[in-house]
Design a protein around this ligand. Sequence first.
Ligand SMILES: NC(=O)C1=CN([C@@H]2O[C@H](COP(=O)(O)OP(=O)(O)OC[C@H]3O[C@@H](n4cnc5c(N)ncnc54)[C@H](O)[C@@H]3O)[C@@H](O)[C@H]2O)C=CC1
Ligand SMILES: CC(=O)C(=O)O
Length: 313
Amino acid sequence: MINIRKAAIIGCGFVGASTAFSLVHKGLFSELVLIDADQKKAEGEAMDLSHGRPFTSPMHIYAGSYDDISDCALIIITAGANQKPGETRLDLVHKNIAIFKTIIPEITKRDFEGILLIVANPVDILTYAALKLSGYPKERVLGSGTVLDSARFRYLLSEHLTVDSRSVHAYIIGEHGDSELAVWSSSNVSGISINDFCELRGHYDHEQAMNRIYHTVRDSAYEIIDRKGATYYGVAMAVSRIAESIIRNEHSVLPVSSLLNGEYGLRDLCISVPTIVSGKGAEQVLEIPLSTDELEKLKSSATELKEVLGSVI
Ligand SMILES: NC(=O)C1=CN([C@@H]2O[C@H](COP(=O)(O)OP(=O)(O)OC[C@H]3O[C@@H](n4cnc5c(N)ncnc54)[C@H](O)[C@@H]3O)[C@@H](O)[C@H]2O)C=CC1
Ligand SMILES: CC(=O)C(=O)O
């Protein structure tokens, strides 16, 4: 039986703890299980978060074990090494696949019937690994993908254009990593194409602005890691947004990472493209219109991921 009000977070480091904090504020769940290889860390986070309970909706937060997860509606996996300055996400693959090989069998041993949401990096590779290791139907395993990157993109566009970022509709797709791409061809502000809106706001040097914004988005994690050692607040908010769409069965379109089955001419890998996210998980991958150049970039991003998959799975 699934308890729709119950979730677990596996990995209570910077990202796991910040995700828990964000979920507490959303009030989506009434029970949150925290699991970490370092049990004391999970206990400390559960205590700290619980002390804020008088200020939020009632929620039982505790450090638990895998025996507590079987009735969860959602399990979020943030366990794994993070990037050190100069490391790419793909550099983490061997360490974090080894960690997933211990975590996923613990989950499948229990009668878990909910959704697995992967956040640890490299998220596209680990989402694929979780799918294969679990044997779950493809909808039930998704990665946070480029939801964070797309939020960074919308934020930077909103700053450039002095407009509310919620009115900016634009996606980063592909790998959550160095080969990701911006879908400029359909980017718009409330239906007005991005270049037209730029001109409305007095910006005419499209090429230069597009290059600057794309590179800033793509390199955001490196810039943050260089300054404070890790990124966690942005991703925590992205993850709780995905959780919200799952738990409230919202059918929101979010660029999560999930298994492609021929869409965009790609198959047998997990990569981010706009997807309907509902109580079923990654319910339907959408094929949005792409320019020839964007489709080529998506395919080359997929080729990079396939090469890594070939070396580890
Ligand atoms: N997808 C995304 O957009 C983002 C992903 N990340 C990724 O999230 C992951 C976590 O990052 P941080 O929280 O900064 O790292 P961290 O080092 O602060 O936390 C990792 C936690 O995982 C735990 N852990 C390790 N092995 C475990 C196991 N077998 N079972 C349970 N817990 C285990 C550790 O004890 C630690 O508490 C990294 O892979 C990082 O690259 C980080 C930011 C954004
Ligand atoms: C670390 C990471 O994946 C990010 O902040 O995008």
